[in-house]
Unconditional design. Structure first.
Length: 165
């Protein structure tokens, strides 16, 4: 870990604008902040985080801004092992407040009887598919070859990110 591009010079450099090379749709889990996982600095990553890394309309809108306005070249849909949101959606138990609002975005992704690791991977793939099929902005950028959208899973145990096929 080198913690690059986080000094005052970088702050001043970015004051007039941003051009993050990648966008991340990641989970809100405190153990998976993309800027730290990938050892990047200010202005490098356009990070959208929500429990279960779901591609609901507000997340799609944010990622459309990254791709269509800021010119990000990659969207990484980053799930992680032992994800609490995926686990809760799979188990389907009662949860407080509005937490269950997330489930509608996750349960369609998960095969019946899947274990949590399989469900996490299926969810990352599903959210990737939602992004690439429901957003004209992102779909057109893929067709033009200006952006690539890939699912991946971060291991809480090893600290490694594995791209999914
Ligand atoms: Zn999670």
């Amino acid at each position: 870990m080198e913690a690059p591009r986080r000094d005052g010079g970088r702050v001043r450099e970015l004051a007039g604008g941003q051009a993050p090379y990648a966008a991340i749709l990641g989970c809100a889990d405190s153990r998976v902040p993309p800027e730290i996982l990938f050892d990047e600095g200010l202005g490098d990553l356009f990070t959208v985080r929500v429990a279960g890394n779901v591609a609901s309309p507000e997340e799609i809108a944010s990622l459309e801004y990254a791709v269509g306005v800021l010119g990000s070249k990659v969207i990484l849909v980053l799930g992680h092992t032992s994800c609490g949101a995926v686990t809760a959606a799979v188990e389907g138990k009662a949860v407080p407040g509005q937490i269950s609002a997330l489930f509608q975005h996750i349960t369609p992704a998960v095969p019946a009887g899947a274990d949590i690791q399989t469900a996490v991977e299926a969810n990352a793939r599903h959210q990737t598919k939602i992004l690439t099929t429901s957003s004209p902005v992102i779909r057109e950028a893929i067709e033009a070859g200006t952006v690539e959208v890939r699912p991946a899973v971060y291991s809480l145990e090893s600290g490694e990110v594995t791209l999914l096929g």
